[in-house]
Design a protein around this ligand. Structure first.
Ligand code: HEC
Ligand code: HEC
Ligand code: HEC
Ligand code: HEC
Length: 407
């Protein structure tokens, strides 16, 4: 982009149209396209170039992209108002086969480099497509986020485990402060019968895995609280005995490893769990020896001690909303997908099914881009659909040209 700014300052080009400094943000200077390409000819085209580009478009492109650059057919992208250097670079990539798509590969096969520059300038110069309408019921349309979904589903657990997982019923485990992975595993163990509790088995049998993960996430992100239940016993004696447990369950029962946190646990549930490990009705190799080493009186004291400790929120990140995800994309693609770098594609108002398809293509490595495969790594099908829907609904701003002062 330095190059562009220099051109602007020196007035080196005799072009009548020039991409202004207003559309070249400082951040853009750091961005290098995957091709490392800085060819800005299409961004610096003259009205005459654009008129010639229109003739190329009539002959070779309009059948699919429309002469106005607003495509009617599914999976055919809108290219009106797309950033000029990006269009040119993609046309080059189709020409060399770096981006495989038979209709496009054929469309550009016999075009000269000059024709590609001009047709890119022509389409970039057009008014972009209007944003897509919000389609209800489609992916990405007003779908509850994982946290709200988890909250709704967790309402079925509140009767026993308490609002926010903080129990006020003796014998019911406090779920507050438990790592979501542990909660998910425990519920699956009830479902699969490895952990025997007929009531829990019945209660959770109908809960599908994604829903269960949302519930666990919801509990993990609530303000932690101690069980609001009685915990008789000798705290001081419990505290010294708990030293033997800290290696796995953490200081004060706040676990940092895979063993569950015990801080704030309901004392009655705690005692029942210890008894179950002792008599073998709940079995776990790690708990066998610790359970055998304590008697009923010590269990009471340990229960009182752990119940007195404040649970801590497990380290989980709140999932990003679509808007938050999009903010990361906007660093390169511009605010609301309106790229201000002529080499980087605008996403605003693009056809959603096209956006979705190319994002999958990056994920699968069919379309190659280091930046994009890194950005899309780990995003779910839902995230992709949501992002595609989000960008398709943004208002697209046309490429801003500023007239170069006459020489
Ligand atoms: C036979 C139909 C057809 C013709 C003719 C055609 N295109 Fe395309 N074009 C497509 C399809 C389909 C895609 C999406 C391909 C893909 O996913 O890679 C596409 C993709 C593109 C892209 C990539 C858009 C983006 O956002 O990455 C550009 C740019 C483009 N076409 C420009 C042109 C130009 C310029 C011409 C004329 C020289 C042309 N096309 C002719 C069907 C066509
Ligand atoms: C009718 C009361 C009740 C309801 C409703 C209930 N549970 Fe439970 N839950 C229990 C009891 C009792 C236990 C202890 C069972 C045992 O001893 O293993 C338990 C155990 C658990 C455990 C294991 C806790 C630990 O520390 O190992 C998890 C996790 C759990 N429940 C999650 C849920 C979820 C999620 C829901 C809602 C979908 C739910 N429960 C609904 C009563 C209930
Ligand atoms: C070697 C590691 C280790 C040590 C030491 C250990 N635990 Fe555990 N503990 C575990 C693991 C792992 C689990 C989870 C097992 C399961 O899912 O049933 C567990 C589970 C528990 C549970 C059930 C928690 C729940 O939410 O259901 C209690 C209660 C418990 N431990 C108490 C203790 C006490 C008290 C001590 C010290 C006397 C102790 N543990 C020492 C590893 C350990
Ligand atoms: C570090 C810069 C950068 C970030 C951040 C970034 N992209 Fe991109 N994106 C690019 C580049 C460069 C290209 C063009 C790559 C190519 O030539 O195929 C691109 C291309 C795309 C395309 C293809 C556009 C078209 O018209 O075919 C889509 C869709 C896209 N990005 C979506 C996203 C989404 C969604 C995010 C956020 C999750 C994101 N990008 C984040 C740099 C970035």
């Amino acid at each position: 982009m330095k190059q562009c700014a220099q051109i602007l300052v020196s007035g080196f080009l005799a072009s009548a149209l020039l991409l202004g400094p207003a559309v070249v943000p400082a951040a853009a200077a750091d961005i290098v396209t995957d091709a490392g390409a800085t060819d800005l000819r299409a961004a610096l085209a003259t009205p005459q170039d654009i008129a010639e580009g229109k003739r190329v478009a009539e002959a070779s492109c309009a059948g699919c992209h429309g002469l106005n650059g607003v495509a009617k057919a599914k999976n055919t992208p809108h290219i009106a108002g797309q950033r000029p250097s990006y269009i040119y670079l993609e046309l080059r990539t189709y020409q060399t086969g770096g981006r495989g798509n038979t209709p496009m590969n054929n469309a550009v096969k016999f075009l000269s480099d000059d024709a590609l520059v001009k047709v890119a300038a022509y389409y970039a110069n057009l008014e972009p497509a209007p944003p897509a309408a919000v389609a209800t019921g489609k992916p990405g349309a007003a779908k509850p986020d994982p946290l709200s979904a988890g909250k709704a589903a967790a309402s079925g657990c509140a009767g026993c485990h308490g609002e926010n997982g903080v129990t006020s019923t003796p014998g019911m485990p406090n779920l507050s402060g438990l790592d979501p992975k542990y909660v998910v595993a425990a519920v699956k163990a009830y479902k699969g019968g490895q952990r025997k509790d007929d009531m829990m088995k019945t209660l959770v049998s109908a809960i599908a895995d994604p829903e269960l993960e949302n519930i666990a996430l919801y509990f993990a992100l609530q303000k932690p609280g101690k069980a609001k239940t009685p915990a008789p016993g000798n705290l001081a004696a419990g505290k010294s005995a708990a030293v033997a447990c800290a290696g796995c369950h953490g200081e004060g029962g706040v676990s940092t490893g895979s063993a569950p946190s015990l801080a704030g646990q309901d004392a009655q549930y705690f005692a029942a769990a210890m008894k179950a490990y002792k008599d073998g009705s709940r079995s776990d190799p790690a708990m066998k020896a610790p359970a055998a080493s304590v008697d009923a009186a010590m269990i009471k004291d340990l229960g009182a001690y752990f119940a007195s400790q404040l649970p801590q929120a497990p380290r989980v990140r709140k999932p990003l909303t679509t808007e938050e995800m999009a903010q990361r994309c906007d660093r390169c693609h511009g605010v609301a997908g309106n790229s201000t770098d002529p080499r980087l594609p605008a996403l605003a108002a693009q056809r959603p099914e096209y956006l979705e398809r190319v994002m999958h293509a990056y994920q699968k490595g069919e379309r190659r881009s280091k930046a994009m495969s890194a950005m899309l790594d780990g995003l779910s099908e839902n995230d992709i659909a949501d992002l595609a829907a989000y960008y398709s609904r943004q208002k697209a701003r046309s490429v801003v040209y500023v007239p170069l002062p006459a020489k």
